[in-house]
Design a protein around this ligand. Structure first.
Ligand SMILES: Cc1ncc(COP(=O)(O)O)c(C=O)c1O
Length: 395
């Protein structure tokens, strides 16, 4: 049977990481893999997570199974973190999933069961897994224009124009904040326009929010999603604790379904649980138990909020530093978009050839579509990166 299989294509981001590890140059700089790093280049365990882990080790009395929906205390806490105060909060159901990746797949399977004709509209470009996950669930995929490669900002007119033809069999996948890979987010006004189009033409928005707290703050980053939750009957949400709690390997996330009524949301939850049963059955517990503890304990929550705000501020400062360093070198504002982008990533608009030169000539590792991880930078390396970016783009 296995003789029919051919070698798999290597994963481009993971191969980049391997190349980086093997690169002997001392000045090498890894801006590839999508994890937050502090100024020492570490992806730290957050203080609140450490404290919750210790408390959990002392107080947890069993490792028996949790239910199909995972930890319901976690589900409640995550739902209120994102949606409390909105109209949708009273008609939402949530299941814990193995990361946002698990939520994307469970919600894709749900869409397929609810309407096998569903087409999912994805931004061009989008998170590298969006398309394969949707297609693996048997859904059709279309792209809507998003990133203007000239301005490096969102082409709002093209985006809204394209979405005006989405209809009742369509689901529009939006990045809640900190668009991956580009870093270019839509303004609040555009969320309103998308909401109006959805109400008028009947498509369902699906918000993937994997970086809450990394853009403008915990509440500001959820503002667009909350507008949709307030004004629409149906919204799907995938959320992650990988970045915002630094729990990457604990595979902690949630899938939420806002329905026209709480009964409809509960029906969707029932179906999601059937789908989970036939996939991984139950999500891993540890990360969710930590998050539940942090969000329900005033002291731990404060510590977490303070730390995530500091991480956010570090990214903003790095963005400002890099944009300033580039402005000084090129004498104009052509790289100012770096300061306008949000979250860890920016697509800087370099061709694959220039990205290769960054790696070959300067030991700077960026993803092929010229996505750089700003959080992989340190204050001390800003000038080095700016010099290299100018050198390769001037050649
Ligand atoms: C937009 C987006 N969605 C989902 C994910 C998956 O996150 P998780 O680690 O929670 O599966 C990522 C991770 O990079 C992402 O960038």
């Amino acid at each position: 049977m296995l003789e029919t299989l051919t070698p798999a294509q290597p994963d481009p981001i993971l191969s980049l990481t391997i190349d980086f590890r093997q690169d002997p140059r001392e000045n090498k700089l890894d801006l590839g893999i999508g994890v937050y790093r502090n100024s020492r280049g570490e992806t730290p365990i957050m203080e609140a997570v450490k404290a919750a882990q210790t408390a959990l080790a002392e107080t947890q009395t069993t490792k028996s199974y949790v239910g199909l929906a995972g930890n319901e205390g976690f589900n409640q806490a995550m739902t209120s973190l994102l949606l409390e105060g909105t109209d949708g909060y009273s008609r939402v159901s949530t299941i814990q999933t193995p990361g946002a990746s698990g939520a994307l797949r469970m919600l894709a399977d749900l869409m397929r069961v609810a309407n096998h004709n569903t087409t999912v509209w994805i931004s061009d470009p989008s998170y590298v897994n969006h398309r394969p996950v949707m297609e693996a669930a048997g859904l059709k995929v279309r792209h809507y224009p998003y990133f203007n490669r000239e301005t490096k900002l969102v082409d709002l007119n093209a985006m809204l124009d394209s979405l005006s033809s989405a209809g009742k069999d369509d689901v529009v996948l939006l990045h809640g904040c900190c668009h991956n890979p580009t870093g270019a987010d839509i303004p609040f006004e555009a969320w309103k326009r998308v909401g109006e189009l959805a109400a008028k033409n009947g498509f369902t928005p699906f918000v993937d929010i994997a970086y809450q707290g990394f853009g403008e703050g915990l509440d500001a980053d959820a503002k667009g999603l909350r507008y949709l939750a307030d004004n629409l009957e149906e919204v799907l949400v995938a959320t992650s604790c990988s970045k915002s709690f630094g729990l990457y390997r604990e595979r902690t996330g949630a899938a939420m379904v806002i329905g026209a009524s709480s009964e409809r949301a509960q029906n969707a939850k029932g179906k999601l649980l059937n789908l989970a049963r036939s996939t991984y059955t139950m999500p891993p517990d540890h990360g969710a138990a930590i998050v539940e503890m942090i969000l329900s304990d005033a002291g731990l929550r404060k510590s977490w909020e303070t730390e995530i705000a500091a991480m956010n501020q570090r990214i903003v400062t790095l963005r400002q530093g890099l944009a300033t360093a580039l402005r000084e070198r090129v004498g104009d504002g052509r790289f100012d978009f770096i300061q306008q982008h949000k979250g860890m990533f920016s697509v800087v608009g370099f061709s694959p050839e220039l990205v290769k030169r960054l790696k070959d000539d300067h030991a700077i590792y960026a993803v092929g579509d010229s996505r750089i991880n700003i959080a992989g930078l340190s204050e001390a390396r800003i000038d080095y990166l700016a010099d290299a970016m100018v050198a390769v783009s001037d050649k």
